[in-house]
Ligand binder design. Structure first.
Ligand SMILES: NC(=O)c1ccc[n+]([C@@H]2O[C@H](COP(=O)([O-])OP(=O)(O)OC[C@H]3O[C@@H](n4cnc5c(N)ncnc54)[C@H](O)[C@@H]3O)[C@@H](O)[C@H]2O)c1
Length: 312
């Protein structure tokens, strides 16, 4: 019998593409999308959907029982830039949804969980280049604090209650199917939209701000791969470092100029600069490669080709 899967926060930037990928793999009727709002047509028309507030344990439990859910992908969260504006709302959303899902697994109502962490778990005292899996963390943002706490709880639930929870520290994700949800790396998506609509872009980060990034197809592939890996191969139960590419806004602009020579960029850093400055520039993802065979496929050139090709 194929397993039934629930995606929470399915209408967001990652949830939309993850839902479509899981439906393709396991069959639409086995993949239930849920969110507090409706998603785009592709998502809504491709399979079952429930309006669900994942901070509410009882309704979450009901949906899980009704659909006989075995695996949960928890994608609901408040992202880095928005979380700085609403710290308590971010903390409550990011932590309560995670506890609800972890506790459902502890109660044996679900078997497996995917919960994403982020490069935001690292802070200003973390080594910036090739940031290792295990190092000084000390996040300085509300979002980063919630993700680091989440990682500690995931590992705790695995150790104490044998909860099979798997996690990746996503870098900034670049995609064209859905707009980003209020993160610090959103510039790397907006830049393509503005290049095509206006021929110019004003970047909210400084030109030399180098950050770890990844094209969405790589992120979805990594997510499916870690969830399918044999349990014994998942040796990190907090969250795995994951690397795709690293570049600055200036390098990205040069890359766009190579195909759109008239493209112009200006820089007007705002409050998001401080957040970006506290994060690593590049990530060492050796444990993900060694433990479950991770390998990225998209570099900046290929990403620009995909973004301009699909948005144009
Ligand atoms: N996008 C990135 O670059 C990135 C990078 C690192 C980590 N992540 C993590 O990946 C996950 C998904 O990110 P995303 O970019 O898709 O976010 P997003 O903001 O695009 O989507 C989040 C979705 O969750 C929904 N949601 C909010 N509150 C909810 C609730 N109470 N119950 C159910 N759904 C609710 C929202 O309506 C939204 O559709 C998050 O945990 C995020 O921290 C994202």
């Amino acid at each position: 019998m194929p397993k039934n899967i629930l995606i929470i926060g399915a209408c967001g930037q990652i949830g939309t593409e993850l839902t479509l990928a899981l439906r393709k793999k396991y069959g639409s009727e086995h993949v239930i999308a849920s969110d507090i709002r409706e998603g785009n047509d592709d998502l809504m028309q491709s399979g079952p959907f429930e309006i669900l507030d994942a901070t509410n344990y009882d309704t979450l439990e009901e949906v899980i029982a009704y659909y006989d859910i075995c695996e949960v992908y928890l994608m609901a969260a408040m992202l880095s830039a928005t979380a700085e504006k609403f710290p308590m709302r971010a903390w409550n959303l990011n932590m309560n949804t995670l506890f609800n899902v972890l506790n459902l697994a502890k109660e044996k109502k679900i078997n497996k969980i995917f919960w994403p962490s982020s490069i935001a778990v690292f802070g200003p005292n973390t080594p910036k280049e090739d940031t290792p899996q295990n190092t000084i963390m000390e996040p300085s943002t509300v979002y980063g604090i919630s993700k680091q706490s989440g990682e500690r709880w995931c590992e705790y639930y695995f150790n104490k209650f044998n909860v099979d929870v798997r996690s990746i520290r996503y870098p900034g994700l670049i995609s064209w199917k859905t707009m980003p949800g209020g993160g610090t790396t959103d510039y790397a998506i907006e830049i393509y939209h503005k290049a095509l609509s206006d021929g110019s872009y004003t970047c909210f980060l400084g030109e030399e701000t180098k950050l770890p990034m990844m094209f969405m197809d790589d992120a979805i592939r990594a997510t499916l791969q870690i969830m399918e890996a044999p349990e014994k191969d998942i040796k990190v139960r907090s969250s795995y470092n994951l690397a795709g590419m690293s570049f600055t806004p200036k390098e990205m602009a040069e890359n766009i100029k190579a195909v759109m020579p008239s493209f112009k960029i200006e820089y007007a850093p705002d409050f998001r600069q401080d957040i970006a400055d506290s994060w690593p520039s590049s990530i060492d993802d050796t444990p993900a490669k060694d433990d479950w065979g991770w390998k990225s496929e998209f570099n900046l050139e290929k990403t620009t080709e995909e973004m301009l090709g699909n948005l144009g």
